[in-house]
Design a protein around this ligand. Structure first.
Ligand SMILES: *[C@@H]1O[C@H](CO)[C@@H](O)[C@H](O)[C@H]1NC(C)=O
Length: 292
């Protein structure tokens, strides 16, 4: 906002100076000198200069708007997202074709189309599936420095407006850094929780007294995240003769424009506050970066 007003008033000042200059020059010309005596010049010049000033202001404003919308970092990230991510992760989108369609085959049986080129995250639980989810979730907790928390508060972000007024932010007792959970990894953790809940016999360690509140929290969180992102990519619908009821079948393996999940995952791993193998190293590096 500040820059807009500053630059447009700056340019209107410049154009005003430009207009005055050319008017002063014309004073010396004998032809205009006589005219000037007969007419009150300001009655003509003032409305015209105002017009030009306004025109210049409009052009400048339009250019600023165009520059803003062309800058990906401002439209790519939401205002509530981590400032440090906006600086350290390139705002790249990529096209991803979704996998795991659902179709009827010629014997009118519903089956899931499995793409063997990507890890499978569903189906009857196996060690591979459990490990695939573990890799996907990456981490639930990342380290944030005091400076990063203060920057967010200064910008009126998440930590400036906590719902429970008495809450005090946690710092790690060993390294003194703050911790937070990037929503995407929490969402994935939640989806995995619900999946594990379906196969509770296999994941019997999840069968505790917190099972239902946890599952219900997770379902509600996933609902809100999906609504928040509101992907409007159309899923086409085609004719089918194989469906027992009706002839309409959605085609799920279509391309979506997505954030670069792998880039975000890599960044988060560098701040992982949980993984025994990396958390100390991550903390030391972050503390060194802050001192510089
Ligand atoms: C259709 O799918 C069912 C269930 O997966 C399977 O048993 C059947 O052999 C399939 N039929 C054809 C023609 O592919």
């Amino acid at each position: 906002m500040d820059t807009t007003t500053r630059s447009s008033s700056e340019s209107s000042q410049n154009s005003e100076q430009g207009l005055l200059n050319s008017y002063e020059k014309s004073e010396g010309h004998p032809r205009y000198a006589t005219r000037k005596i007969r007419r009150a010049p300001w009655g003509v010049i003032l409305p015209w200069s105002l017009c030009v000033v306004l025109l210049v202001a409009i052009v400048v404003q339009a250019r600023i708007i165009r520059i803003r919308s062309a800058t990906p970092s401002t439209s790519f990230w939401g205002t509530r997202e981590l400032e440090i991510v906006k600086r350290e992760v390139a705002p790249n989108k990529k096209v991803v074709r979704f996998t795991g369609g659902l179709r009827y085959n010629s014997s009118k049986q519903l089956y899931r189309e499995i793409d063997r080129t990507v890890p499978d995250y569903t189906g009857k639980p196996t060690e591979e599936i459990t490990a695939a989810w573990h890799d996907l979730i990456t981490t639930t907790d990342i380290f944030l420095t005091k400076a990063e928390i203060e920057e967010i508060i200064a910008n009126g972000g998440t930590f400036a407006n906590l719902p429970h007024k008495d809450d005090v932010l946690y710092t790690d007792p060993f390294v003194g850094l703050y911790q937070a959970v990037p929503t995407v990894f929490h969402d994935l953790h939640c989806l995995d929780k619900v999946r594990r809940g379906i196969y509770l016999d296999y994941y019997s360690e999840d069968d505790t007294e917190i099972f239902w509140p946890h599952i219900e929290h997770c379902l509600d969180t996933i609902r809100q995240s999906i609504m928040c992102h509101a992907d409007m990519t159309p899923i086409p619908e085609a004719y089918t003769d194989f469906k027992p009821s009706g002839h309409l079948e959605p085609i799920f393996q279509i391309e979506h424009t997505c954030r670069d999940f792998e880039a975000i995952q890599k960044w988060a791993k560098g701040r992982d506050a949980l993984d025994e193998k990396v958390w100390r190293k991550n903390a030391e590096r972050l503390k060194l970066d802050t001192k510089n």
